[in-house]
Ligand binder design. Sequence first.
Ligand SMILES: *Cc1c(COP(=O)(O)O)cnc(C)c1O
Length: 370
Amino acid sequence: MTANAIEQRVFNFSAGPATIPVSVLESVRDELLCYPGAGASVMEISHRSKIFTEIAADAEASLRELMGVPEDYSVLFLQGGSALQFSMVPANLLRGSGKNAQYLVTGSWSKKAISEAKKEGDVSVAFDGKDGNYNALPAGGSLEIPADAAYLYYCSNETIQGVQFSEEPDCPASVPLVCDVSSDFLSRRLDITKYGLLYACAQKNAGPAGVTVVVIRKDLLERGDDTLPGYLNYRNHEQADSMWNTPPTFAVYMLGKIAHWLRDDIGGLQAVEQLNDQKAGLLYNAIDGSNGFYRGHAQTDCRSKMNVTFNLPNEELQSKFISKAASNRLDSLKGHRSVGGIRASIYNAMPLEGVQALASFMRDFASANS
Ligand SMILES: *Cc1c(COP(=O)(O)O)cnc(C)c1O
């Protein structure tokens, strides 16, 4: 990247599409006009060409290795974002089953998911965090999930409210656990065998918008009904190696590069998990050490390590905070309109220096304005 372009880059705290490692962008730039051996850009070659088939296979293999995905799970690359999964999950796993699906409503994204699921079948709310304006998660041992439920659905990290499960909710072994991991995908280690299905759009933690990764236990592929629209049936994608139609080739290519960066530059999910703990700790310390100047939205036991949400004493100080931060190259800190306040999204690709700069800005701002 030219020195000038590098200098213009800010620390980007956007919730998504979000920051991407500079080394990945540079590598994409170097290959943009001509992918080695292709005589053309990745964007310009057939998804069925040998070169692209290898790129897609490598992206899948890299993800499988990073996440430790067992053989009896399929990894699919789909389009339609996580929003389409709100519908695809119940269309495949609930529609026509005569069963009931259980949902944990812990914030804006699981709320949207349940409203789509209701169109497909019988759905129950096993937990609803509405009374606390979605600042808390179900207490351990408090859920009662029937052993014959079609599945238990939850969102591991509510991007807007900034609440995150530190472990999977209690779920009977007979009930497939389904999780929207969009905003904490690849940010920590997971035991995939606890899940029936998990999915993530790429634009938070794993690349550009356009591709959504679905990891599904193979027995669940049998559930989709042949009357489903073809694109909506997971089985079609599995049988066609995610090439049932033209996949989002450029996004899949970048997803592969992000996986390589995580493995080679960061050292895998255990290493990134430690880094993410450290980064989140810096910001929560700045909140907790501010004598109440900053007030975190999430209760302390369910604070997100990806999206740190907090308020200032009043609207005026909030606007001042956002504009002063921006003039210090700390960008996109305005909270989502439904929660207000400040949201700092600190995904894998946000460097430690960016978080250190924000924590130090927060301390200076609080002492100058308290
Ligand atoms: C961003 C996000 C979504 C929506 O993703 P789209 O790709 O815009 O459909 C869903 N769930 C979570 C947790 C998200 O962070």
